[in-house]
Design a binder for this molecule. Structure first.
Ligand SMILES: [Zn+2]
Ligand SMILES: [Zn+2]
Length: 204
């Protein structure tokens, strides 16, 4: 299954907990299925994983039983990029955009699961968008006394106690609100200010 974790369009450029949510889900899946190999395009700390980069996309395309984290899909392939098998816009990685689409397409066949994040659904490239069967819209909340309030700060003071509201959509249809997600155990596993490297961003 391809899962994509998103912010709401009205929360653009505001921390919304989508990466923490995706990292958390990958870890939870791995705890249940420790035989699964984790691939990630961002650095994970204290987690046994392999780097996912344009260099090894073919390796990942041929592996089974994996959990694949792909942070910031919008930074990897721009939403207006036109996907072509012989696309020359990825330096030495001809057709990288196409192979990524292929990867999403084969996800069930290979018993893999992918967990991408993207600013909003509209920021994902159109073909990729069609391949994401599950969408999870994330909203960062903080505990204020005994009430949950929306937190719209990007760099929060360390005394903020966060919870992430997650709404699950299936093929654009709202399914349900998921249990409130506690991101705290996962913040230390990755660097939230890491810039996704290794993938080239092209506008067209
Ligand atoms: Zn391309
Ligand atoms: Zn906060």
């Amino acid at each position: 299954m391809n899962y994509i974790y998103l912010g709401r369009s009205s929360d653009l450029n505001v921390g919304n907990g989508k990466t923490a949510s995706a990292v958390g889900e990958v870890i939870n899946q791995w705890v249940e299925h420790p035989e699964k190999q984790i691939y990630s395009n961002i650095k994970l700390k204290d987690v046994d994983y392999k780097q996912f980069s344009p260099e090894n996309i073919d390796e990942v395309l041929e592996t089974d039983n994996c959990l694949i984290l792909l942070d910031e899909l919008h930074a990897i392939v721009h939403k207006n990029h036109s996907i072509q098998e012989r696309c020359k816009f990825h330096g030495e990685h001809t057709g990288l955009c196409y192979r990524l689409a292929q990867f999403f397409r084969q996800i069930r066949k290979r018993n893999n699961d992918s967990y991408s994040t993207c600013q909003t659904f509209g920021d994902a490239q159109a073909q990729y968008r069609q391949l994401m069967q599950r969408q999870i819209v994330c909203e960062k909340m903080r505990l204020d006394g005994d009430r949950l309030r929306k937190c719209d700060e990007d760099k929060c003071p360390s005394d903020h106690r966060h919870y992430i509201k997650q709404k699950l959509y299936q093929n654009f249809v709202f399914v349900k609100e998921l249990p409130l997600f506690d991101p705290e155990p996962y913040y230390s596993l990755y660097d939230s200010f890491e810039i996704v490297k290794g993938w080239v961003n092209y506008e067209k």
